[in-house]
Design a protein around this ligand. Sequence first.
Ligand code: ADP
Ligand code: MG
Length: 467
Amino acid sequence: MMARVLVLGEETSCSEETRGILESRGFQITLCKDKSEGLRKLFARNFDLLVVDLQLPVSSEMEFFRLARLVDPNISVIMVTAEGTIASTVRALKGGVSDYLQRPYNPSDLVQSIERTFREKQVLREIRLVRPESVRKHTFSNIISKSPKMQYIFEIIKRVAGTDSTVFITGETGVGKELVAKAIHDNSPRRDGPFLAINCGSLTETLLESELFGHEKGAFTGAFKTKHGKFECANNGTLFLDELGDITSAMQVKLLRALQERKVVRVGGNDSIAVDVRVISATNQDIKEKIRRHEFRLDLFYRLNVIHIHVPPLRERQEDIPLLVQHFIKVINENLGRKIKGVSTRGMKQLLEYEWPGNIRELENVLERACITCDGDVIDQFVFPHDAQNPAMEGTDETVDTDVPFDLARHMVVAQFEKRYLTEALRRYEGNVSETAKRTGIHQRTLWRKVREHRLDRMQFKKSKEL
Ligand SMILES: Nc1ncnc2c1ncn2[C@@H]1O[C@H](COP(=O)(O)OP(=O)(O)O)[C@@H](O)[C@H]1O
Ligand SMILES: [Mg+2]
């Protein structure tokens, strides 16, 4: 693999001889004497390493390092400093520099330092993706998992699919409860019938009742025409009652009656309508505790809980993380037109160590964000919602130096302005790109491109419903 090195300094910084050695080892060297020219080159081309041998006072070295990183945030930097200043330079630069050399140095020191720095960079970039066949092998009905606990759930799904028993699914938010419900439906004789899901937790009692059972025309103000409820619409299929733990006691009675009689009455109606529906319900709450506190009816619970499936949280099945990452990156690449190849060793370590309170849904969000904000084709670092600051706003008050060539300086100012403007606009329209495009008069495709270019994190502005 060819690695590009930009050496900023005099001819003596990298002699013909040293250059020859480095080139024979796969490094392509560009020498540049002028600071401004150097920054311009750094901006225009993809360099892997930068060697700074400028004979500047420490404070100017620091300033130059800051500028270089501003121009190319990904660049690995080797600093050459005057004798006796290493300690102060190290302190001043507060990390971020990959290696230091002290003047005068031997050609072999430079070669070694370049090789070492490049190797480190490569290790961090090592691609950690599992093979697509492996994902396919560990997928059951769109549920990806190789963990024993989930394999057991796959078996239960196969076994209960053929029956009409009610299934009660528990588990934290984002663990895949709805996916399990859908898998049961898809493997059941009802698979050609409808699968309807309703989120019981997000509706008021009146709305929920009319959603589930329908209403007759004129049943209440605003009921302009007859509406069929979910039970009727799911006839011959499956009805998934999500977040059932929240329904009121009046609703619990009505639901129990519908389940016992297999009939529903529309709000404001008199006739019972027979329905043939399999009911699967789910909650992320401690339903036993609710029963103990008499907030949930025991008889309804028995009706719903003929089969119980508990979906374990992601932190209890970390072996699934690489598979899920492979799957989601493929989907995100397709949706966003990205070409992300994988996650570095360091990145994967972060994913494996994280607690995942929002489970697989959170993993999906974290990956989408990382795919958008990633500079290269390998994700090396993740930001988790809980420790997320505001990466889009950093460096907004950067003043531009006259050390930076004019065209580059202008480009950087415009880029900063764009980033700030788009950040504000996306915040205002809650991360909704089509809405932002419409309101700001930016073409939607242009906006998508800018969002990627500036690595804006649109998920950050979404009104988080789920997390
Ligand atoms: N094992 C899995 N394999 C692939 N995708 C999954 C898996 N588990 C969850 N997901 C995805 O994560 C998201 C959340 O799943 P969902 O079933 O809605 O969770 P819950 O209902 O428990 O909150 C969905 O986009 C779902 O497709
Ligand atoms: Mg859900």
